[in-house]
Design a protein around this ligand. Sequence first.
Ligand code: A2R
Length: 323
Amino acid sequence: MKKALIIGAAGFVGSYLIDHIQKHCIWSIVVTKMPQERLTLQGADVCDLDIMDPAAITELLEEKRPDYIFHLAAQSSVAVSWKNPGLTVDVNIKGSLNVLDAVRKLDYKPRVLLIGSGEEYGHLRQDEVPVGEDNVLRPGNIYAATKACQNMLGAIYARAYGMDVLMVRAFNHVGPNQSPVFVVADFCRQAAEIELGMREPVIRVGNLSARRDFSDVRDVVRAYAALMEKGKAGETYNVGAGKAVEIRRILDMILSLAKKEIRVETDPSRMRPVDVPVIEADIRKLQACTGWRTEIPLEKTIEETLNYWRETLRQLGKKTPAV
Ligand code: A2R
């Protein structure tokens, strides 16, 4: 039986990837979390790991000897990357390098999947959309630059050391339990707070005209697992819906599901210093390799995310802290 290691499993994507593997893959699982995070799992081995500690990574890999390594650990927010660029560079570049280098020193070759981002492409010209994996990268924010660097390091380690490393560029993925630093979760949380009378009936928004490629996180983790089995070492694969949607349309979907009249107001603090107008994935390489396609429509994901916030806030019974 193959053994899968998920690094950074206590985050948003980790819980869905664990769920997918447990239900659909005949793999045993080891997962890591940050020491301060909580994660209890039936049928999985849970370890503490900070990827800024190279010796700890080596120790874990030598002890567990995984066949497959999903590297999810990251500072994953664009907004936070503007506020804390140093941390973002440390975790996303140095941390990933620590993982790659620990793998390099092993006496066997596990397969490593590095999770990058559609943000790496940055400013796209109209004739570059949908964007393919070989497109020039023009990262428009700190997070994107760190993920572009991670991708390059992965390709270098694969080529220079013959390592079995492959990379994805994941476009926006959404679903229940995502942090409200991300736009869909943010809008859904605000709408749920309004419905529950926790705030005035106004949703505060940033740039609504940006167009992004959204898919359900459950579809995304299915692609990761498929690539782990079928992807080619040294290659990069886009993972996305293959269709950009205006943020305004997402907001409209949420407003139409809301049980109260809601006004929309622009909040300058939600405007990013540099915004990239359109990002849309060309997913033919992923589809040719795995046969993957999205299964969950965006409307369903948004409804479930709104329901998640309704339920979470009802349980909390009080206003969640602003982020
Ligand atoms: O920052 P925390 O305490 O929430 O922990 C995050 C964890 N993490 C780390 N793990 C090990 N060593 C570190 N130095 C370190 N710094 C952060 O990685 C969190 O539990 C996890 C990432 O989860 P999320 O932030 O929820 O990201 P998500 O949405 O699960 O994305 C997974 C991957 C990331 O590479 C994203 O950049 C990409 O997919 O889109």
